[in-house]
Design a binder for this molecule. Structure first.
Ligand code: SAH
Ligand code: SF4
Length: 360
């Protein structure tokens, strides 16, 4: 039955080498899928017909289908992908720089992209502010389902295979709760015969599973780390993120201190700013203290409200004073642009609206 077949995108090139003989064929298969963007095994022209038929017989070429997409005024495009069993996930293409051409049509500034991807359908962590949490946990994504989000978005936007893109695991789900498949996806993304995305362009965002951060660090993959901190004292963090009961702030920071990072890079701390809860200077002061000795950068995120959300968006002047305080005290601090705000920026929000905007 075709539904029981596995997609080839689940395999690293090394794994394919043990399945497809002779082994150099796996490099060709990778090239066809990730660089030439073919849509059928039959298009793998330099493969013998017998091998193409065998692949067709045993595997699927892809496991995701674009169900809907929504473009924001700022150019970001949010995708809703369908999986088996009527499940769906989101990913977002965020153009960081637009392509600019001169009068003769020469490109004077090339476009830059970041793709935000999901790692699970739903999430077990249950943060109080997050829409994904409301859906509960449905399943871990396979490596192929993770990899294909980037592949399909690149294809859909005619982004050439060798165009550098950044990947952030900041969509639905907790990546370190699906460690095995996320690590496999990182390896597939990085393959020079495939999407060629250096691990230094891949950021794994976590709610702070300290043990898993340590484990990931020991693998020395070269990926970047982002920590969703959101609060500076354990009491508030527990309220916002129940995971803090198992891994408190101190344990997360310890794990970060042991995490190997490129000398030119920093660990990103995401701080979701919620009106009247964590937007005061006292919190900023405590944050500076907590991050002492860590090569950190802080990203302040506006809480994005949604129907019946329990919290409110902070005032702009509060965000700016918080940022100034951090900068005055030597901490690199940015405010996350509200990219895609008009298309509901935070994870889980397209999913909720999907029924209204399905594309056939
Ligand atoms: N589970 C991981 C990866 C998902 S990231 C993590 O939590 O780090 C999802 C990001 O979306 C997190 O940084 C989270 O803070 C942010 N987010 C969730 N709900 C949000 C909301 N309502 N407004 C703004 N950002 C939100
Ligand atoms: Fe899960 Fe991250 Fe949402 Fe928390 S913020 S529920 S960890 S996806």
């Amino acid at each position: 039955m075709s539904t029981d077949k596995t997609a080839v995108t689940n395999y690293t090139k090394e794994e394919l080498q043990s399945i497809i003989k002779p082994s150099y064929r796996s490099k060709q298969v990778f090239g066809w899928i990730y660089q030439k963007y073919i849509n059928s095994f039959d298009d793998m022209k330099n493969l013998p017909k017998g091998l193409r038929d065998e692949l067709k017989e045993k595997y699927l070429l892809k496991s995701l289908k674009i169900l809907a997409k929504e473009e924001s005024r700022d150019g970001s495009i949010k995708y809703l992908f369908g999986l088996k069993n009527d499940l769906s996930i989101e990913a977002v293409l965020l153009p960081m720089k637009k392509e600019i051409k001169d009068v003769d049509g020469n490109i004077v500034q090339s476009a830059k992209y970041t793709i935000c991807i999901s790692s699970q359908v739903g999430c077990k962590i249950g943060c109080a502010f997050c829409l994904t949490a409301k859906e509960g946990f449905k399943k871990n994504l396979s490596a192929g389902e993770i990899v294909e989000q980037v592949l399909e978005i690149k294809k859909d936007n005619n982004i050439a295979f060798n165009k550098k893109v950044n990947i952030v695991f900041m969509g639905m789900g907790e990546p370190l709760d699906n460690m095995e498949n996320v690590v496999k996806a990182v390896k597939i993304f990085s393959d020079p015969d495939g999407l060629c995305i250096s691990p230094r362009r891949q950021t794994i965002s976590t709610s702070g599973l300290s043990k898993q951060i340590e484990k990931l660090g020991k693998m020395n993959l070269g990926v970047l780390l982002a920590i969703s901190l959101h609060a500076v004292d354990d009491e508030l963090r527990e309220r916002l993120m129940p995971i803090n009961k198992a891994y408190n702030i101190a344990s997360v920071l310890d794990a970060v201190r042991n995490f190997p990072i490129d000398a030119r890079k920093r660990v990103m701390f995401e701080y979701l700013v919620i009106k009247d809860l964590n937007d005061d200077i006292k919190s900023a002061k405590k944050l500076v203290k907590l991050l002492h000795g860590i090569k950190a950068k802080v990203n302040l995120i506006y809480f994005n409200s949604y129907p019946n959300s329990p919290f409110c968006r902070p005032k702009e002047n509060k965000m700016l004073s918080f940022q100034s305080y951090m900068r005055e005290h030597g901490v690199t601090c940015t405010i996350r642009e509200s990219k895609g705000l008009d298309i509901s920026a935070a994870c889980g929000q397209l999913y909720e609206k999907s029924e209204k905007i399905k594309i056939t």
